[in-house]
Design a protein around this ligand. Sequence first.
Ligand SMILES: [Zn+2]
Length: 328
Amino acid sequence: MLNKDEYKELLKESFSIDEVNWYIKNIKNNFDDIKKIFPFEDTLKEQITYNFRIDDLGEYEIYSPNAAAKCLNFKTKEYEVIFGRKLLTYLYNYAYQRINIDNIFRNKIYKDEDKKYFYSTIIQSWADFICLHELSHIINGHLEYMKLTRNKNDLSEFNITSSIDEESQHDKLMMEIDADKLATLLSMYKFTYSFDRYKEIFKLSAEETIYSYCSSIIYLFDALYQLNGDNRKPTHPSPIERMTLTSPNMYLAFEDNELMSKYNISKDKLNKIIYNTLRDYFLKVHPNTSINKITKIIDDGLLGYEYDNFIKEDKILKHLRNIKIEII
Ligand SMILES: [Zn+2]
Protein backbone atom coordinates (compact mmCIF):
# COMPACT_ATOMS: atom_id res chain seq x y z
CA MET A 1 0.00 0.00 0.00
CA LEU A 2 1.24 3.49 -0.79
CA ASN A 3 2.14 5.79 2.06
CA LYS A 4 1.23 9.50 2.03
CA ASP A 5 4.51 10.68 0.51
CA GLU A 6 4.52 8.06 -2.19
CA TYR A 7 0.93 8.96 -3.01
CA LYS A 8 1.77 12.68 -3.25
CA GLU A 9 4.70 11.90 -5.49
CA LEU A 10 2.42 10.02 -7.87
CA LEU A 11 0.05 12.97 -8.13
CA LYS A 12 2.72 15.48 -9.16
CA GLU A 13 1.87 16.53 -12.64
CA SER A 14 4.71 15.75 -14.96
CA PHE A 15 3.24 16.08 -18.42
CA SER A 16 2.05 18.90 -20.61
CA ILE A 17 -1.43 19.78 -21.80
CA ASP A 18 -0.32 18.59 -25.26
CA GLU A 19 0.34 15.16 -23.86
CA VAL A 20 -3.09 15.11 -22.19
CA ASN A 21 -4.64 16.00 -25.52
CA TRP A 22 -2.58 13.32 -27.21
CA TYR A 23 -3.98 10.66 -24.87
CA ILE A 24 -7.57 11.82 -25.27
CA LYS A 25 -7.21 11.94 -29.08
CA ASN A 26 -5.89 8.38 -29.03
CA ILE A 27 -8.72 7.24 -26.77
CA LYS A 28 -11.22 8.56 -29.33
CA ASN A 29 -9.37 6.96 -32.27
CA ASN A 30 -9.09 3.67 -30.44
CA PHE A 31 -12.81 3.73 -29.76
CA ASP A 32 -13.45 4.09 -33.47
CA ASP A 33 -11.25 1.03 -34.03
CA ILE A 34 -13.15 -0.95 -31.42
CA LYS A 35 -16.43 -0.15 -33.12
CA LYS A 36 -14.98 -1.42 -36.42
CA ILE A 37 -14.01 -4.73 -34.85
CA PHE A 38 -17.03 -5.06 -32.65
CA PRO A 39 -19.92 -2.77 -33.57
CA PHE A 40 -21.47 -2.94 -30.13
CA GLU A 41 -23.69 0.06 -30.79
CA ASP A 42 -25.66 -2.00 -33.33
CA THR A 43 -26.55 -4.48 -30.59
CA LEU A 44 -28.11 -1.94 -28.26
CA LYS A 45 -31.86 -1.89 -27.82
CA GLU A 46 -31.83 1.85 -28.02
CA GLN A 47 -29.51 4.30 -29.68
CA ILE A 48 -27.27 6.20 -27.33
CA THR A 49 -24.85 9.02 -27.82
CA TYR A 50 -21.79 9.67 -25.71
CA ASN A 51 -18.70 11.76 -25.66
CA PHE A 52 -15.45 11.86 -23.71
CA ARG A 53 -13.90 14.61 -21.76
CA ILE A 54 -10.89 15.03 -19.61
CA ASP A 55 -12.07 16.66 -16.44
CA ASP A 56 -9.43 19.14 -15.53
CA LEU A 57 -9.31 18.55 -11.77
CA GLY A 58 -13.01 19.32 -11.65
CA GLU A 59 -15.94 18.22 -9.54
CA TYR A 60 -15.16 14.51 -9.70
CA GLU A 61 -11.61 14.89 -8.52
CA ILE A 62 -11.91 17.08 -5.50
CA TYR A 63 -10.95 14.26 -3.16
CA SER A 64 -9.29 11.65 -5.27
CA PRO A 65 -8.24 10.84 -8.82
CA ASN A 66 -11.37 9.66 -10.53
CA ALA A 67 -13.29 8.60 -13.60
CA ALA A 68 -17.04 8.73 -14.06
CA ALA A 69 -19.97 7.94 -16.31
CA LYS A 70 -22.73 10.50 -16.43
CA CYS A 71 -26.12 10.72 -18.06
CA LEU A 72 -26.79 14.17 -19.50
CA ASN A 73 -30.33 13.37 -20.58
CA PHE A 74 -32.22 10.17 -19.81
CA LYS A 75 -34.91 10.79 -22.42
CA THR A 76 -32.54 11.35 -25.32
CA LYS A 77 -29.95 8.84 -23.97
CA GLU A 78 -27.08 11.27 -23.99
CA TYR A 79 -24.12 10.18 -21.94
CA GLU A 80 -20.66 11.28 -21.09
CA VAL A 81 -17.47 9.49 -20.06
CA ILE A 82 -15.29 11.62 -17.84
CA PHE A 83 -11.66 10.79 -17.32
CA GLY A 84 -9.97 12.78 -14.60
CA ARG A 85 -6.77 14.55 -15.37
CA LYS A 86 -5.59 13.71 -11.88
CA LEU A 87 -6.19 10.04 -12.64
CA LEU A 88 -4.22 10.30 -15.85
CA THR A 89 -1.41 11.97 -13.90
CA TYR A 90 -1.45 9.23 -11.31
CA LEU A 91 -1.38 6.43 -13.90
CA TYR A 92 1.35 8.17 -15.86
CA ASN A 93 3.57 8.45 -12.80
CA TYR A 94 2.65 5.01 -11.56
CA ALA A 95 3.74 3.46 -14.84
CA TYR A 96 7.05 5.31 -14.95
CA GLN A 97 7.89 4.98 -11.27
CA ARG A 98 6.48 1.63 -10.30
CA ILE A 99 6.28 -0.63 -13.29
CA ASN A 100 9.33 -2.67 -13.97
CA ILE A 101 9.04 -3.45 -17.63
CA ASP A 102 10.97 -6.66 -17.15
CA ASN A 103 7.95 -7.96 -15.24
CA ILE A 104 5.75 -7.46 -18.23
CA PHE A 105 8.15 -8.13 -21.07
CA ARG A 106 9.95 -10.91 -19.29
CA ASN A 107 13.54 -9.79 -19.25
CA LYS A 108 13.82 -8.57 -22.78
CA ILE A 109 16.49 -5.94 -23.20
CA TYR A 110 15.31 -2.71 -24.74
CA LYS A 111 16.93 0.54 -25.72
CA ASP A 112 15.83 3.66 -23.84
CA GLU A 113 13.70 4.97 -26.70
CA ASP A 114 11.90 1.62 -26.84
CA LYS A 115 11.24 1.93 -23.12
CA LYS A 116 9.61 5.31 -23.56
CA TYR A 117 7.39 3.85 -26.23
CA PHE A 118 6.59 0.97 -23.91
CA TYR A 119 5.47 3.32 -21.15
CA SER A 120 3.25 5.42 -23.40
CA THR A 121 1.73 2.22 -24.81
CA ILE A 122 0.92 0.92 -21.37
CA ILE A 123 -0.54 4.24 -20.19
CA GLN A 124 -2.65 4.41 -23.33
CA SER A 125 -3.98 0.89 -22.81
CA TRP A 126 -4.88 1.81 -19.22
CA ALA A 127 -6.62 5.01 -20.32
CA ASP A 128 -8.55 3.04 -22.96
CA PHE A 129 -9.52 0.41 -20.40
CA ILE A 130 -10.82 2.96 -17.93
CA CYS A 131 -12.90 4.70 -20.60
CA LEU A 132 -14.23 1.32 -21.73
CA HIS A 133 -15.11 0.52 -18.14
CA GLU A 134 -17.08 3.78 -17.89
CA LEU A 135 -18.76 3.11 -21.20
CA SER A 136 -19.68 -0.37 -19.93
CA HIS A 137 -21.47 1.27 -16.98
CA ILE A 138 -23.50 3.15 -19.60
CA ILE A 139 -24.30 0.36 -22.05
CA ASN A 140 -24.99 -2.20 -19.35
CA GLY A 141 -27.74 0.00 -17.93
CA HIS A 142 -26.05 0.89 -14.66
CA LEU A 143 -26.91 4.55 -14.93
CA GLU A 144 -30.54 3.75 -15.63
CA TYR A 145 -30.48 1.59 -12.53
CA MET A 146 -28.98 4.42 -10.46
CA LYS A 147 -31.68 6.75 -11.78
CA LEU A 148 -34.46 4.28 -10.94
CA THR A 149 -33.23 3.36 -7.49
CA ARG A 150 -31.44 6.48 -6.28
CA ASN A 151 -32.42 9.25 -8.63
CA LYS A 152 -28.76 9.80 -9.49
CA ASN A 153 -27.46 10.59 -12.93
CA ASP A 154 -23.86 9.55 -12.51
CA LEU A 155 -21.51 6.89 -11.23
CA SER A 156 -17.96 7.71 -10.26
CA GLU A 157 -15.24 5.22 -9.47
CA PHE A 158 -13.87 6.55 -6.24
CA ASN A 159 -16.05 8.51 -3.92
CA ILE A 160 -14.25 8.00 -0.67
CA THR A 161 -15.89 10.78 1.28
CA SER A 162 -19.51 9.72 0.88
CA SER A 163 -20.97 7.50 3.52
CA ILE A 164 -22.33 4.60 1.60
CA ASP A 165 -24.90 2.16 3.00
CA GLU A 166 -24.56 -1.59 2.71
CA GLU A 167 -27.10 -2.00 -0.02
CA SER A 168 -25.41 0.61 -2.17
CA GLN A 169 -22.05 -0.99 -1.53
CA HIS A 170 -23.36 -4.27 -2.79
CA ASP A 171 -24.93 -2.72 -5.89
CA LYS A 172 -21.76 -0.85 -6.68
CA LEU A 173 -19.66 -3.98 -6.27
CA MET A 174 -21.84 -5.91 -8.71
CA MET A 175 -21.84 -3.12 -11.23
CA GLU A 176 -18.05 -2.89 -11.05
CA ILE A 177 -17.69 -6.58 -11.80
CA ASP A 178 -20.15 -6.23 -14.65
CA ALA A 179 -18.34 -3.21 -16.13
CA ASP A 180 -14.92 -4.84 -15.82
CA LYS A 181 -16.16 -7.88 -17.69
CA LEU A 182 -17.31 -5.98 -20.77
CA ALA A 183 -14.37 -3.57 -20.64
CA THR A 184 -11.94 -6.50 -20.65
CA LEU A 185 -13.59 -8.08 -23.67
CA LEU A 186 -13.64 -4.82 -25.63
CA SER A 187 -10.10 -3.92 -24.67
CA MET A 188 -8.81 -7.35 -25.72
CA TYR A 189 -10.71 -7.16 -29.03
CA LYS A 190 -9.03 -3.85 -29.65
CA PHE A 191 -5.68 -5.37 -28.84
CA THR A 192 -6.13 -8.19 -31.36
CA TYR A 193 -6.54 -5.43 -33.96
CA SER A 194 -3.05 -4.02 -33.31
CA PHE A 195 -1.52 -7.36 -32.31
CA ASP A 196 0.94 -7.77 -35.19
CA ARG A 197 2.17 -4.18 -34.97
CA TYR A 198 2.73 -4.45 -31.24
CA LYS A 199 4.44 -7.82 -31.64
CA GLU A 200 6.82 -6.39 -34.20
CA ILE A 201 7.65 -3.18 -32.33
CA PHE A 202 8.52 -5.02 -29.12
CA LYS A 203 10.13 -7.95 -30.89
CA LEU A 204 8.02 -10.51 -29.09
CA SER A 205 6.74 -13.93 -29.98
CA ALA A 206 2.96 -14.22 -30.31
CA GLU A 207 2.76 -15.84 -26.88
CA GLU A 208 4.86 -13.11 -25.30
CA THR A 209 2.63 -10.53 -26.97
CA ILE A 210 -0.50 -11.95 -25.31
CA TYR A 211 1.36 -12.30 -22.03
CA SER A 212 2.57 -8.71 -21.99
CA TYR A 213 -0.77 -7.13 -22.84
CA CYS A 214 -2.77 -9.20 -20.33
CA SER A 215 -0.10 -8.52 -17.78
CA SER A 216 -0.32 -4.76 -18.29
CA ILE A 217 -4.08 -4.88 -17.59
CA ILE A 218 -3.39 -6.83 -14.42
CA TYR A 219 -1.01 -4.11 -13.26
CA LEU A 220 -3.72 -1.52 -13.93
CA PHE A 221 -5.89 -3.21 -11.31
CA ASP A 222 -2.96 -3.06 -8.95
CA ALA A 223 -2.50 0.67 -9.66
CA LEU A 224 -6.18 1.37 -9.01
CA TYR A 225 -6.18 -0.61 -5.81
CA GLN A 226 -3.21 1.34 -4.46
CA LEU A 227 -4.99 4.57 -5.22
CA ASN A 228 -7.24 4.84 -2.22
CA GLY A 229 -5.18 2.87 0.22
CA ASP A 230 -6.78 2.33 3.57
CA ASN A 231 -9.51 4.83 2.81
CA ARG A 232 -10.91 2.52 0.22
CA LYS A 233 -14.55 1.62 0.74
CA PRO A 234 -15.61 -1.83 -0.42
CA THR A 235 -17.37 -0.57 -3.52
CA HIS A 236 -14.94 -2.28 -5.85
CA PRO A 237 -13.86 -5.89 -5.78
CA SER A 238 -10.25 -6.23 -4.60
CA PRO A 239 -7.65 -6.12 -7.38
CA ILE A 240 -7.14 -9.83 -6.89
CA GLU A 241 -10.83 -10.44 -7.42
CA ARG A 242 -10.88 -8.07 -10.38
CA MET A 243 -7.93 -9.80 -12.00
CA THR A 244 -9.22 -13.29 -11.55
CA LEU A 245 -12.78 -12.37 -12.47
CA THR A 246 -11.71 -10.69 -15.68
CA SER A 247 -9.16 -13.29 -16.75
CA PRO A 248 -11.83 -15.60 -18.28
CA ASN A 249 -12.74 -12.67 -20.51
CA MET A 250 -9.15 -12.26 -21.60
CA TYR A 251 -9.29 -15.89 -22.64
CA LEU A 252 -12.65 -15.49 -24.39
CA ALA A 253 -11.51 -12.51 -26.43
CA PHE A 254 -8.60 -14.47 -27.91
CA GLU A 255 -10.12 -17.94 -28.03
CA ASP A 256 -11.74 -17.79 -31.45
CA ASN A 257 -9.54 -15.13 -32.95
CA GLU A 258 -7.79 -16.04 -36.20
CA LEU A 259 -4.49 -14.99 -34.58
CA MET A 260 -4.61 -18.23 -32.59
CA SER A 261 -4.43 -20.42 -35.69
CA LYS A 262 -2.07 -18.02 -37.46
CA TYR A 263 0.46 -18.40 -34.64
CA ASN A 264 -0.46 -21.94 -33.80
CA ILE A 265 -1.58 -21.26 -30.24
CA SER A 266 -3.83 -23.97 -28.87
CA LYS A 267 -6.58 -23.30 -26.33
CA ASP A 268 -4.52 -25.04 -23.68
CA LYS A 269 -1.57 -22.83 -24.45
CA LEU A 270 -3.71 -19.69 -24.36
CA ASN A 271 -5.10 -20.74 -21.00
CA LYS A 272 -1.57 -21.29 -19.72
CA ILE A 273 -0.34 -17.88 -20.92
CA ILE A 274 -3.14 -16.09 -19.07
CA TYR A 275 -2.62 -18.28 -16.03
CA ASN A 276 1.07 -17.33 -16.03
CA THR A 277 0.35 -13.60 -16.14
CA LEU A 278 -1.66 -13.94 -12.93
CA ARG A 279 0.79 -16.30 -11.27
CA ASP A 280 3.75 -14.05 -12.05
CA TYR A 281 1.92 -10.99 -10.76
CA PHE A 282 1.24 -12.71 -7.43
CA LEU A 283 4.79 -14.01 -7.13
CA LYS A 284 6.26 -10.56 -7.74
CA VAL A 285 3.82 -8.29 -5.95
CA HIS A 286 2.53 -10.55 -3.19
CA PRO A 287 5.54 -12.75 -2.53
CA ASN A 288 4.23 -13.87 0.84
CA THR A 289 1.22 -15.63 -0.62
CA SER A 290 1.77 -19.37 -0.80
CA ILE A 291 1.92 -20.93 -4.23
CA ASN A 292 -0.97 -23.24 -3.32
CA LYS A 293 -3.14 -20.30 -2.44
CA ILE A 294 -2.14 -18.50 -5.63
CA THR A 295 -2.98 -21.56 -7.69
CA LYS A 296 -6.36 -21.88 -6.04
CA ILE A 297 -7.22 -18.20 -6.50
CA ILE A 298 -6.29 -18.35 -10.14
CA ASP A 299 -8.02 -21.65 -10.81
CA ASP A 300 -11.24 -20.37 -9.27
CA GLY A 301 -10.99 -17.17 -11.26
CA LEU A 302 -10.07 -18.79 -14.55
CA LEU A 303 -12.82 -21.32 -14.30
CA GLY A 304 -15.22 -18.50 -13.59
CA TYR A 305 -16.45 -20.02 -10.33
CA GLU A 306 -16.15 -16.85 -8.35
CA TYR A 307 -17.69 -14.77 -11.05
CA ASP A 308 -20.60 -17.18 -11.41
CA ASN A 309 -21.12 -17.31 -7.68
CA PHE A 310 -21.14 -13.56 -7.58
CA ILE A 311 -23.69 -13.11 -10.30
CA LYS A 312 -25.86 -16.19 -10.54
CA GLU A 313 -28.13 -15.47 -7.65
CA ASP A 314 -27.50 -11.80 -7.42
CA LYS A 315 -30.70 -9.76 -7.43
CA ILE A 316 -29.08 -6.62 -8.73
CA LEU A 317 -27.48 -8.17 -11.74
CA LYS A 318 -30.63 -10.14 -12.52
CA HIS A 319 -32.47 -6.88 -12.48
CA LEU A 320 -29.82 -5.21 -14.60
CA ARG A 321 -30.10 -7.97 -17.20
CA ASN A 322 -33.74 -6.97 -17.60
CA ILE A 323 -33.26 -3.25 -17.88
CA LYS A 324 -29.92 -3.02 -19.56
CA ILE A 325 -29.68 -1.35 -22.91
CA GLU A 326 -27.26 -3.89 -24.21
CA ILE A 327 -28.67 -7.13 -25.62
CA ILE A 328 -25.59 -9.13 -26.57
ZN1 LIG B 1 -16.80 1.47 -12.28
